[in-house]
Design a protein around this ligand. Structure first.
Ligand SMILES: [Zn+2]
Length: 231
């Protein structure tokens, strides 16, 4: 088969609002890599999305996590239980937060923010912290380094894009000139912007990472929270 790069969508209702994210499938004769897997509880949605492409969870050979946020790794542990053979990939710097051998930075940040929230926002903050506590840690099987090339889809380069979190990575499928940006940037009215600045752990790094990706002049950039940027 010809290698295929497919975007799937996962929509869930979180705190009363619909939220859609877009994991990517890198599919070739060697296997199927999934890049990010959606929210806590998203496994059935993932299964039905895969089904639309004639795939099942059991055929996923690897899950690459761009970073440890709940909307990216929320379904990872359940996915691993459904298919114990799949390997989980993440950057060296992000792995401790994915496996929770170190306290996840997002949880730390949320708990810190909670102290200074105005009274009317406390309940929301508490619910958010509660949700982060429910993210199930998962062991990372393969640690990725900046610049490393995975052999999927004719060569897929790991690009370190720290800022949103310290170990955030993006991927570049070189042959097709497609960048899977994760949360390295988002699109607002088709313009690249820092994704969720209020949650970005290092704004200077995040701005540099966005610039680094854009300077690669790829044909298309897949943004996890929606949109494909084609400069
Ligand atoms: Zn995200």
């Amino acid at each position: 088969m010809d290698p295929a790069i497919l975007r799937i969508s996962i929509t869930m209702n979180l705190g009363g609002a619909e939220n859609t994210v877009y994991p990517t499938l890198l599919w070739d004769e060697r296997g199927v890599l999934l890049v990010d897997c959606g929210f806590i509880g998203a496994l059935p949605l993932l299964e039905s999305e895969l089904g639309r492409h004639g795939l099942s969870v059991r055929e996923i050979t690897g899950l690459i996590l761009t970073h440890h946020d709940h909307d990216h790794m929320g379904a990872a542990a359940a996915l691993k239980r459904a298919n114990p053979n799949l390997l989980i990939y993440a950057s060296v710097h992000e792995a401790p937060f994915i496996s929770a051998t170190q306290k996840p930075l997002r949880l730390r940040q949320a708990e810190e923010m909670q102290k200074n929230l105005p009274p009317e926002k406390k309940a929301f903050g508490e619910a958010f912290c509660g949700m982060l506590h429910q993210v199930e840690p998962v062991r990372v099987d393969r640690l990725l380094q900046d610049g490393e090339i995975l052999d999927s889809c004719g060569g897929c380069r790991v690009v370190a894009t720290p800022g949103h979190t310290p170990g955030h990575i993006s991927l570049c499928v070189e042959k097709d000139s497609i960048v899977i940006a994760g949360d390295a940037f988002a699109l607002e009215e088709s313009v690249p912007v820092i994704a969720n600045p209020q949650f970005t752990l290092d704004m200077v790094q995040a701005a540099e990472s966005m610039e680094k990706l854009l300077s690669m002049q790829a044909k298309a950039y897949f943004c996890y929270h929606g949109g494909i940027y084609c400069p």
